[in-house]
Design a protein around this ligand. Structure first.
Ligand SMILES: N[C@@H](CCC(=O)N[C@@H](CS)C(=O)NCC(=O)O)C(=O)O
Length: 203
């Protein structure tokens, strides 16, 4: 099994954290999906990472599918609860964290993939509004809880941590810490885990 990805992608980080939490060995094959000669579409027609290559050569994408596959692969340290009410809450948290990232990535791409004259302030404000609204909901839903959903770490906490970590990495001016004390506290707790510390995004 191999993971096509990058050290900067928050979606790849989610998968790498799941691998680490579950103790599954998997080689990372670095791929720059923005390079003119990228071969990513041979593995994922959508041209995105992460992409998991299974031992039989078949491919899995996107990060949500890969994380579910990995959680199913090994019973160790289950990250997606079996019980339906908790399971659906974990998936909702993941969707929220990923959705914040989707908007944040669009903001980043507007700056890195477009000429200044082509940039739309209206579009940037729209995406920023989604990021801020999403952070607000995560802050109030987390409140004083130790973990997002269950009495242990789940994929919800991993997704949240990857989202906040990427905001630090690529959009530091957003300063998500200013108005989100519960998220700050939770991020500090997550930062102490080896799975989190060993996957900090880098260019
Ligand atoms: N929903 C996807 C998002 C994956 C994604 O957008 N990955 C980015 C890297 S951070 C990418 O490969 N972008 C290339 C492109 O959009 O062409 C997932 O969860 O895996």
């Amino acid at each position: 099994m191999k993971l096509i990805g990058s050290y900067s992608s928050p979606y790849v980080r989610k998968v790498r954290m799941v691998l680490a939490e579950k103790g599954i060995a998997c080689k990372l094959l670095p791929e720059d999906v923005w390079a003119a000669d990228t071969k990513i579409q041979a593995s994922n027609p959508l041209g995105k990472v992460p992409c998991l290559i299974l031992d039989d050569g078949s491919q899995l994408y996107d990060s949500r599918v890969i994380c579910e596959y990995l959680d199913h692969l090994s019973p160790a340290n289950s990250l997606i609860p079996e019980e339906f009410p908790q399971r659906i809450q974990v998936r909702r948290w993941e969707s929220l964290a990923d959705g914040i990232l989707d908007a944040a990535v669009l903001i980043r791409l507007e700056h890195t993939q477009r000429e200044p004259a082509q940039r739309s302030e209206k579009w940037l404000a729209r995406q920023r509004g989604k990021v801020l609204a999403g952070l607000g909901v995560m802050e109030s839903d987390l409140g004083g809880r130790e973990w997002c959903v269950a009495a242990r770490i789940t994929l919800a906490d991993i997704a949240l941590g990857c989202g906040l970590g990427w905001l630090d990495f690529r959009l530091p001016d957003l300063d998500w810490r200013a108005d989100h004390p519960s998220l700050v506290r939770h991020y500090q707790r997550l930062s102490q885990r080896p799975s989190f510390a060993s996957t900090v995004p880098k260019a």
